[in-house]
Design a protein around this ligand. Structure first.
Ligand SMILES: CC(C)(COP(=O)(O)OP(=O)(O)OC[C@H]1O[C@@H](n2cnc3c(N)ncnc32)[C@H](O)[C@@H]1OP(=O)(O)O)[C@@H](O)C(=O)NCCC(=O)NCCS
Length: 142
C-alpha cells in the first residue's frame, strides 16, 4: 500500500492546501489559518498526504478521539475514482490502528463514497433549507 506522509510544516501545508480546499465548502484566508494552526499545532489534529508517482493525489485530515473524526478528505479532481480515496481511509486506519470507531459529516456529493467504504449513514437535522447533511459512522468489527 502507498504510504501516507504527515503534513507537519508550513511549506508542506502550502503544498497540499489546493487539494484540501476541495473538502471545504468555504475556504477563505481565515479558514486556511484556522486549519493550518489545527493541523500543525494541535496534537489531536493530523493531516496526511498520499503521493504517487511524485505527485500529491489526495489528503486526509483527522481528529484523534473516540470516535475519531475524518475532518477532511479530498482527491485531486483528475485522480478521482481510481481508488485513492479508499487508500487514504485505509492508510489512516492502519496508522491509527488503536482507533476502532470513525465518523465523518458530509453532504449529498460525497455520501455515496462513505457508503461504499462501509460506513452507516444517518441524515442530520437540516441547518440550511435544501442542504442535506449526513453523519457517517464506521466501526472495526474484526
Ligand atoms: C469523495 C472523494 C474523496 C472520493 O475519492 P476517490 O478517490 O474518487 O474514491 P475511490 O476511487 O476510492 O472510490 C471508492 C468507491 O466509492 C465510490 N465513490 C467515490 N466517490 C463517490 C461519490 N462522490 N459518490 C458516490 N460514490 C462515490 C467509487 O465509485 C468507488 O466505488 P467502487 O468501489 O464500486 O468502485 C473524492 O471524490 C473527492 O475528493 N471529492 C471532493 C471532496 C469531498 O467531497 N470530500 C468529502 C467531503 S468532506
Amino acid at each position: 500500500m502507498l504510504p501516507l506522509q504527515q503534513v507537519e510544516t508550513k511549506d508542506d501545508f502550502e503544498m497540499v492546501w489546493p487539494l484540501l480546499v476541495h473538502a471545504m465548502g468555504a475556504a477563505d484566508g481565515a479558514h486556511k489559518v484556522r486549519w493550518r494552526e489545527s493541523y500543525l499545532k494541535h496534537p489531536a489534529y493530523q493531516l496526511w498526504v498520499l503521493k504517487d508517482g511524485g505527485r500529491a493525489r489526495g489528503v486526509i485530515g483527522v481528529r484523534l478521539a473516540d470516535p475519531a473524526e475524518i475532518t477532511h478528505i479530498a482527491v485531486a479532481p483528475d485522480d478521482r475514482s481510481r481508488g485513492y480515496g479508499t487508500l487514504l481511509f485505509k492508510g489512516v486506519r492502519e496508522l491509527k490502528s488503536g482507533l476502532a470507531r470513525w465518523y465523518a459529516e458530509t453532504d449529498d456529493e460525497a455520501v455515496g463514497f462513505y457508503r461504499r467504504l462501509g460506513f452507516t449513514v444517518e441524515m442530520l437535522p437540516p441547518q440550511y433549507p435544501g442542504v442535506n447533511r449526513y453523519r457517517c459512522e464506521w466501526m472495526d468489527l474484526s
